[in-house]
Design a protein around this ligand. Sequence first.
Ligand code: GLC
Length: 737
Amino acid sequence: MDIEQLLKEMSVFEKIMQCTQLISSFYRGTKVEDNAANAIGPYTQLGLKQEDIYLAGSVNFLSDETGAMLPASELRRIQKECMERSPHHIPTLFVQDVIHGYVTIYPIPLAMAATFNPDLMERCAAMAAKEASMNGVDMALGPMVDLARDARWGRVAEGFGEDPFLGAAMAKASVYGYQGRQDKKAKISYEHVGSCMKHFAGYGAPEAGRDYNLVDMSELTFRSFYLPNYQAAIEAGVSAAMSAFHAFDGIPVTGNKKILKTLLRDELHFEGVVMSDYAACTELITQGVAENEEEAAYLSLEATCDIEMMTTVYAQSVPVLLKQGKIKMSQLDDACRRVLTVKERLGLFIDPYRQCDEQKAKTLFLCPKHRELAKEAAEESAVLLKNDGILPLPKQGKKVALIGPLASNPRILGTWRCGGQEKDSVTMLQGLQEKIGANNVVYARGCDIDYRGTDEREIPLAVQKAKEADVVILCLGEDEDDSGESASKTNLTLPDIQKKLYRAVLAVNPNIVLCVFNGRPLVLTEENETARAILDCFFPGSECGHAIADLLFGDANPSGKLPMSFPRNVGQCPLYYNHVNTGRPRSDEYHRCWNQSAYIDSPNTPLYPFGYGLSYTKFAYGPLRLSKKVLQQGKADSLTVSCDITNIGPCDGKETAQLYLRDLVGSVVRPVRELKGFQKVFLRKGETKTVSFEIQEDLLAFVASDFQKRAEPGRFRVWIGSSSDVIDGDEFVLNKE
Ligand code: GLC
């Protein structure tokens, strides 16, 4: 398509509408006015006429009034109307929040991070892309790559946790999965979809963990920890970015030229489309930086926000701004050009339907191959937090009581479950019954999942079932909508009613295996004292019951590692492993420590640290070996650090060996350790493998106070271990040039 020629021919209104994103309910075949979507945005003030909607550059929320995904035939109908009714027959772009699966749902992204397996992440994203694309979706509104350290924020569920090295690896893998691996500007095949990294930038650090709240941090912290994930997505060729809701440096990102233009486009050389988050343009008024829609339009377009989502400040105001000379036509052309270019990259001008096919799509949804992949991901993402040896359970000879509000609950897909349906989810009860036979599993719900629940009437029956059983598998945690957007919390313990159930069961049967279903780190301090085993399942997706049953009964061996620190109590939040030392680091974890950076009522350490996760077997790490102790700066020099890992336990298993570094002296304070590599290795019982990591100068680089990234000569400590709290390490020196 000759985009420059098309731009020359398009009217101003056509260009503006390419920068407008609406939702699919506008197109349900009746008049716009009859379709008052309960959108957050100013639907009633949109002021669009029926014929205008067919000029919209993109369409979101591709579901019907029941929330079911629209079939490809419906998207084809809408596309056909857009093509026929728009003067230059420009195809619209169908976008959808495909965050962890389309119809076949795999674990939430936080759980995918726990796999420490970017290849698995890429394969899952590619599966989601294939299902979505065959059903008519052109772009996924993902990956969400906002680094997050505060478990009070519900959207930690959608991201990859607290570490920029792990987060960047998973961000890249996600973009490759969605878009395919090709050059940054190369065509995206019809088996893949575009991807939109979000939410640029720093959305994961809202003050007090309260969603949409102010983000206030030093530029050094931002560039050191929060920016790398977005940079990784850009390096992988991500085709779009979504501007975040929050104010950053006092200006909401959607209207913040410093963030969207100077940083994202000029410094990071992002050439894709920037779309606002939902109604974020008009929220510039609510946030008090725009007097009215005209000012909101001005700020957004000046900031180079190309697409406004579900508002029409551009449609209402850009013609006026152009007449007043406040906005130049070149700015509108630039925005429209970027929208048309992403459509070109997706092949929409060649085939507006991108070969989508309802019948073919249905053969992909939940097909055995896709279910198998979802199960593999659910098995690899679960984290074994505690096990006194009760796990794995024998398949015969033990009477099992399955208890809890998540035991037979199909709400185990997690937040942003897209086209995932409860009816297609394998529950824990189904998984166990298939594994050990329905006669060997007794079930009781015990209480409702509602975190505000107070109804104790089901507890006695649960206690009775527990009494009769040899072992109790307790399925507790959050409802899948108690994490995700608008789901911040001030309390991270299990809900009171679930604690009552837990204590009542414990009183009659100490053989508790606790399975936790959660979208964020929870405070499990009490349960950690008394449960014999704890398996963090997060939200495992469509294949929950099959995967968790395999893990509980030893047909799979847990290998997940925590992507976020689990606090002992919510007062520790935000809590993260790569913290600085302070001038008064806490030395003694168990007594009141005068003049030390400590609490008088809690250790500083997490209950479970970043990178932690047990296995049914045991891995012994041998002594660290360094190929040399001095690395020469500026000479493309490298040293190899390695160690042997031996599986000294009773069964085969996977272990994620983690490389941590500490820059002992820098021109700015440096974290006490930082993840700088990981390798997931499979070891048979008794097998030994050597893991090696190459350390070069760029791995030692950090953002200095002039915001330049560089390594500084000096001493470094290095560890290879199974968690961020690894102790034995060694030292090397980076020698000045
Ligand atoms: C929501 C979310 C964003 C999502 C968008 C469209 O408000 O913040 O992640 O992509 O709306 O659904």
